[in-house]
Ligand binder design. Structure first.
Ligand code: F6P
Length: 192
C-alpha cells in the first residue's frame, strides 16, 4: 500500500497571536514538536526511505531540521498569500478592512486577499505538487494550514464549501493511505 505523510509546521510565533502569513520562526512549543518529530516518524516508517517536502518558509524548514532524510523545498507549498493583510491578526483585518473580512466569510474559497491569493489560487498552484506526489513513494509534506487543507480535500474528494474550514491540527502527523475504496486518514498527535 502507498501512503503519504503530512504535517503543519510546529507552532510559530505568529500562531501564538493568530497573525496571518509572514515568515516567523517556531515558538518554544513549535521547537519541541520539531524535536519530537524524528522519533514519531521513525516509529511510523521503520527503516523505509523518506523524502521530506517543505515550503520555502522558515517555520517548515525549522520543523524538518531534525529529520534525517533528503529534503526538497517547493515554493508551491508556501502558505496562502494574504497580500495586504499579511502579518495582521484576524482582529486587525476585521478592524481595518471590514468589507473584505465580511466577503471572506461569505465565500472563503473564492475570496482573494488584495495583492494575495484565494483558496482557489492555492489549489491551482498545487497542481504540479500533486502530480509529482502521485508518482512518488514515501513522501512527507511539511507545510501550512491552508495548503494542507487543499491537498487533503483533493485526496478525500472534499468540495470547495467545506475545504477552507477543514481542521488540520498543529503538532499532528497525518498519514494518508490509498485503499481499495479511496483514501484513509490516520492522525498521530504529539502532546507537547
Ligand atoms: O494562522 C495560521 C495560518 O496558516 C495563516 O498563516 C494563514 O493565513 C491562515 O492560517 C489560513 O487559514 P484561514 O484561511 O482559515 O485564515
Amino acid at each position: 500500500t502507498r501512503s503519504v505523510f503530512f504535517s503543519r509546521h510546529g507552532e510559530s510565533m505568529y500562531n501564538l497571536d493568530q497573525r496571518l502569513g509572514g515568515d516567523p520562526s517556531l515558538s518554544p512549543n513549535g521547537w519541541k514538536y520539531a524535536e519530537a518529530l524524528p522519533g514519531l516518524v521513525s516509529k511510523l516508517l521503520g527503516d523505509q526511505p523518506l523524502t521530506i517536502w517543505t515550503s520555502t518558509l522558515k517555520r517548515t524548514a525549522e520543523t524538518a531540521g531534525g529529520l534525517p532524510y533528503k529534503k526538497m523545498q517547493w515554493k508551491a507549498l508556501d502558505e496562502l498569500d494574504a497580500g495586504l493583510c499579511d502579518g495582521l491578526t484576524y482582529e486587525d483585518v476585521e478592524e481595518r478592512y471590514p468589507e473584505e473580512y465580511a466577503m471572506r466569510d461569505e465565500n472563503k474559497f473564492e475570496f482573494r486577499y488584495r495583492g494575495g491569493e484565494s483558496y482557489r489560487d492555492v489549489v491551482l498552484r498545487l497542481e504540479p505538487v500533486i502530480m509529482e506526489l502521485e508518482r512518488q513513494q514515501n513522501i512527507m509534506i511539511i507545510s501550512h494550514q491552508a495548503v494542507l487543507r487543499c491537498i487533503y480535500a483533493y485526496f478525500l474528494d472534499i468540495g470547495p464549501e467545506e475545504l477552507p474550514y477543514l481542521k488540520i491540527p498543529l503538532h499532528t502527523v497525518m498519514k494518508l493511505t490509498w485503499t481499495a475504496y479511496g483514501c484513509d486518514i490516520q492522525m498521530y498527535k504529539i502532546d507537547i
